[in-house]
Design a protein around this ligand. Structure first.
Ligand code: F0G
Length: 345
């Protein structure tokens, strides 16, 4: 991905790029969402990245730069995806990776990724915000590079998703919808869109619409949430590091940041899987839940071009796919019996 946009990223001609061939993710037309909203809706499917989330765009940059600067070890706080990505890219770079995660609050698939890539995992009896405070303290005082999105090169890498969308659509969409957790990604997309518009590659900027989970909605409430909660563990964050940048993206673009309930998130999660054929993790569905909420409230004018980023792969956190779904039926090895169960007979 760095190679595709090398002239727009903070690398030199001699920088050795650490990559797993991230980026170039599908922009999928969403038929059912388009019908429901009267708009042209596309999904930017970031779960198709090598470790299954958009974090790989930022991590190829962060690890590339850390390696170039001679770091031997990297550290991050994470709700799961950043740690999975950091762990994988650290392997490619031959570096040690340490991760700080909130105990019992990260999806099993993400924990498995950090483990299998050999990261050193510390669990904290606290939330993501506590993990980030500790990670900052460690990187300030010990020889370890911080690869959270407070590291500005992470934002640089993640802005490439906006470039890809404009390159695919031929111009910027009218509206871009994202889930918001630590608020790095909305910051990154806004930066990418602005750069392309400034250079005349896009004729305009989209309005940026961000959605937090109701139990973890500090930007919407205008105050830190001390004990954030939501089933969408990836965005269970009470004090986003890029809070001000997210507000700037919202205000400069004429957009808004709102909240969606866990119920709305799960409804969108099931709709995406069962009607669009796209399996995402719950936090990713917050963007689509938000779009549907806005449409119900009459805030979506028909005929607009809308892109929703779905940030992570559903396989990372399959518990919600299994929970409440009909159980598989056991049948004998007999075509007639199987056909009967399938309603074919
Ligand atoms: N969606 C997913 C799947 C995420 O993992 C995250 C953040 C977000 C959305 C929100 O993005 O933080 O840039 O606003 N996950 C981080 C992590 C916090 O540690 O993996 P954001």
């Amino acid at each position: 991905m760095i190679e595709e946009y090398r002239d727009r990223l903070p690398v030199s001609d001699t920088t050795e790029v650490i990559t797993l061939r991230e980026g170039g993710t599908p922009l999928v037309p969403a038929q059912v969402l388009s019908e429901r909203t009267g708009c042209e809706v596309h999904l930017k499917v970031e779960g198709a990245n090598p470790t299954g989330s958009f974090k790989d765009r930022g991590m190829t940059m962060a690890i590339t730069r850390a390696k170039e600067e001679g770091a031997k070890a990297v550290i991050c706080a994470s709700t799961g995806n950043t740690s999975a990505s950091a762990a994988a890219y650290a392997v490619r770079a031959g570096m040690v990776c340490a991760v700080l995660v909130p105990q019992g609050k990260i999806a099993l698939g993400k924990m498995g990724q950090a483990l299998v890539h050999g990261a050193k995992i510390l669990q904290i009896d606290g939330n993501f915000d506590d993990c980030l405070t500790l990670a900052r303290g460690l990187s300030d005082n010990y020889p370890v590079a911080l690869v959270n999105s407070v590291n500005p090169v992470r934002i640089e890498g993640q802005k490439t998703a906006a470039f890809e969308i404009v390159d695919m659509l031929g111009d910027a969409p009218d509206i871009h919808v994202l889930p918001v957790g630590n608020a790095g990604n909305i910051t990154a997309y806004w930066k990418g869109y602005q750069e392309y518009a400034a250079d005349g590659i896009a004729t305009h900027n989209p309005r940026m619409w961000g959605f937090q989970a109701s139990g973890s909605a500090p930007i919407v409430r205008g105050e830190v949430v001390k004990d954030p909660h939501t089933i969408a563990t990836a965005i269970r964050i009470g004090n986003p590091a890029s809070w001000q940048f997210a507000e700037r993206a919202r205000d400069e673009s004429g957009g808004f940041i709102d909240e969606v309930t866990d119920r709305q998130i799960l409804a969108a999660y099931r709709l995406l899987a069962s009607q669009e054929g796209v399996f995402v993790e719950p936090a990713s569905a917050a963007s689509v839940a938000g779009l549907l909420k806005a449409a119900e409230e009459g805030r979506v004018d028909p005929g607009q071009k809308i892109v929703c980023t779905v940030t992570g792969n559903g396989l990372k956190d399959p518990d919600w796919a299994v929970a409440g779904a009909p159980q598989p039926v056991t049948v004998p090895i007999d075509a007639d019996a199987a056909a009967e169960k399938l309603g074919l007979a």
